[in-house]
Design a protein around this ligand. Structure first.
Ligand code: ZN
Length: 529
């Protein structure tokens, strides 16, 4: 590995402290010296031309999970300056899986792919990722939904004592393998079928290892505040740090309530419950279209759900409920991003109302046709939030940045569909739009929310800062130019202004080009590499 001396840069160190003119010397994958002038010779010198050198960004909320097996470059992330991501979010992780249920818990992109290795335990999953190679460092959470599937299937009921014991054992195994905590996805069955008590019991196991609890809460609409309450209650009762994922208010009638939810976080912290949150900088959400179907209809798993959608009586009842939920303009706010089959490709990038018009049927029927024909594998974005709320949340001192997206690319196996632009633009958008153009906070604060803060949240004590001894994850960017270019209409575009990205001491992006280096590590909690 080459020594690297980076000169002529403004260092923003990730703590939130003001920038300074300095030089950074990288040796053996670590930051060896940080000084005004470094007295060392290096085999490689990078002239930073007065740009900003910051710690590599930590994507505190990622869904790449098994995408790394399809394309280990992870270009949509690395080109934003992301050098570490936290996967296993929203209740879904790559493991544990029962050997007889190899499809469970995998991302849609990876399902059925011949190149996929098989694994069962969390440890085997992390080992498979390591063997495969990962473009950025990975810190993983174990998903509550994934654990529930492995422990008791897709059923809408409480676990028996035996099943509960099994789920605890899976949590324990994952934590011992090096997970950083667990996540829940309380709108997604079967995670949604869990009671608060079930989550508290499992959280206690994770807390005993020093892990965190990240939650996609039960409701981000009219019951937003009750959901924040539940998250805080779990933190309090289990003695575990709580991290609220992609914090937002998703219903026009709930807009503005983030002021109260953030005040609840402050209040909880005053009382000793360690609560934080992350956010992506957009006014639209993205998930699978089956999320519009009430959770009771998912009982028994995807096959059972499909049968209910197709059943004349149950299907009709579901349609009227879904129609009611969408309200006046719900179908217009919903844009299809990904479908599995060639036959419906024309729907990608179109609003549900446009698709309905194209087919000459009501939107609810069009949604049904897509769900049934694509066997539930339909992705969508929903324009559900407001700009004021996005800014209010972003400014809060306990909120960090997370893309809520998986790694994508403009070519190769990860270039399918028309994904939410957050996959390509999250970090440059915060730096360019919200920090530089809108002046929401100083650049040092923006960087802190992408580096020091998430590293602290996870207990990644050797990353997230420009300090001697830290892993050499670094990003050189132009603070006057950095910006996202991905849009909802044309999402697959890399950002501009990210000039150089270094992962574990290896240059991965240079002059806007990928060097081919796959330099990430699979991180395991409490273990140094
Ligand atoms: Zn989520």
């Amino acid at each position: 590995m080459q020594d690297i001396l980076i000169k002529n840069v403004r260092v923003i160190d990730g703590t939130g402290a003001p920038w300074f003119h300095g030089e950074v010397f990288v040796k053996d994958g670590k930051i060896a010296v940080v000084a005004k002038k470094v007295e060392a010779t290096a085999s490689r010198v990078i002239d930073g031309q007065g740009l900003v050198l910051a710690p590599g960004f930590i994507d505190s909320h990622s869904h790449s999970d098994t995408n790394w097996f399809l394309d280990p470059r992870g270009e949509s992330k690395i080109r934003q300056g992301v050098t570490t991501e936290v996967t296993g979010q929203c209740g879904e992780s790559g493991a544990p899986k029962r050997l007889d249920d190899q499809d469970a818990g995998q991302t849609e992109a990876a399902q059925g792919d011949a190149k996929m290795p098989t694994w069962s335990s969390f440890d085997e999953y992390l080992t498979a990722l390591s063997r495969n190679g990962v473009g950025v460092n990975l810190a993983t959470l174990v998903g509550h939904g994934t654990v529930r599937i492995a422990g008791m299937g897709y059923d809408d009921r409480r676990p028996t004592p035996d099943e509960m014991a099994r789920m605890k054992e899976y949590m324990k195994e994952a934590m011992e393998a090096g997970a950083f905590g667990f996540s829940s996805g309380l709108i997604y069955p079967p995670s949604a079928y869990a009671s608060t008590d079930e989550l508290v019991e499992l959280a206690k196991v994770v807390a005993s290892y020093g892990g965190i609890y990240a939650t996609h809460m039960r409701n981000e609409e009219l019951a937003l505040l009750q959901s924040v309450n539940e998250a805080i209650e779990i933190g309090h009762r289990a003695g575990i740090p709580v991290h609220i994922s992609h914090h937002k208010a998703c219903d026009k009638r709930a807009w503005g309530q983030v002021k109260q939810s953030l005040a609840m976080i402050d209040e909880a912290r005053r009382h000793g419950v360690d609560v934080t949150a992350d956010q992506y900088p957009y006014v639209a959400t993205a998930t699978g279209l089956s999320a519009i179907i009430p959770s009771w209809a998912h009982d028994g798993g995807p096959k059972a759900l499909l049968a209910r959608l197709k059943d004349p009586e149950v299907g009709a009842a579901l349609k009227s409920k879904v129609e009611l939920d969408q309200g006046d303009d719900g179908w217009y706010r919903l844009m299809i991003t990904d479908v599995k089959s060639e036959k419906n490709k024309a729907c990608e990038g179109k609003r549900m109302t446009e698709i309905a018009a194209m087919w000459g049927i009501p939107p609810v029927e069009a949604a049904w046709r897509l769900l049934c024909e694509e066997e539930l594998e339909v992705g969508y974005v929903r324009f559900a939030m407001c700009e004021d709320d996005v800014k209010t949340v972003m400014k809060h001192p306990c909120v960090m940045i997370g893309s809520d997206a998986s790694a994508r690319a403009i070519d190769g196996p990860l270039s399918t569909g028309s994904p939410h632009p957050r996959a390509f633009g999250t970090f440059p958008r915060v730096l360019g739009k919200y920090c530089r153009e809108e002046g929401l906070f100083p650049l040092e604060t923006a960087v802190y929310k992408m580096t020091g803060l998430p590293a602290w949240r996870l207990g990644l004590w050797d990353r997230g800062l420009v300090r001697p001894g830290m892993a050499a994850d670094l990003v050189l960017f132009d603070p006057d130019k950095v910006i996202d270019t991905a849009t909802f209409e044309n999402p697959k575009q890399y950002p501009v202004g990210i000039e150089c990205v270094i992962v574990n001491g290896e240059v991965v992006i240079e002059n806007g080009q990928h060097t081919g280096a796959i330099a990430g590590k699979v991180l395991r909690r409490g273990r140094s590499e």
